[in-house]
Design a protein around this ligand. Sequence first.
Ligand code: URA
Length: 262
Amino acid sequence: MLKPRASFFAAASGVRADRRFHGSALYFFSRPASGRPTLPKRYGSSYSRSMQIHILDHPLVEHKLTVLRDKNTPSNIFRELVSELVTLEAYEATRNLDVVDKQIETPIATMTGKHIASPRPMVVPILRAGLGMLDGMTKLLPTAEVGFLGMKRDEKTLDIITYANRLPEDLTGRQVFLLDPMLATGGTTVAATHYLAERGAKDITSINILAAPEGLKRVEETLDPSIDFKVVVCAVDDHLDEHGYIVPGLGDAGDRLYGLID
Ligand code: URA
């Protein structure tokens, strides 16, 4: 059954629906209250500002995610599954894509259809693991422009270091889709979003395979509320461990996609 996200929150967490989600264009395919809540209970009312989070609650996504998480799944299958999941996420993430009228002629009549507006949307994978999501995204949005952002986490301090960027200087009016498989501490998402916002982007959607409640909370508390920021994710997991890994998670997404470098 298709339900607005406010109802999903009510069903999943047992808390009263938060009014800030009313009017949202994002919807969930909701499960009954007896099903496993995708969003932990403590999450339902902890946000200080409105941030739209869209969780793909769907049996096919759950199935693919389970194979993806399995430590015995080899890299080639892992890459294939990431690509498939991202294409499914892209469908929801682009629900509010800007379109303009376009007049065409069918073999039968003239009609006004819709066409993706200019400037074209921008897809930004965060290197290196975000690259594994690019193919699944551009499959659905082949006319998007692609930029790159190289960010990595210092494993000791957990600080985010930017080591590369290939992006237009001016992102004003662009809808930007940020690709990173794991929204863990939220540090990369916050840093990348600030980077994009400094260049004028005001409409940013983070597409992740998994997220941790701690990271989502940090993103919501840190980001400038004037940025229209959304998260589309296949599942929100339980917590982060002391090394900043998502639990139960899927391990190191970069290593699972591309193998260990060392
Ligand atoms: N990055 C990963 O690749 N995995 C995690 O669990 C957290 C961050």
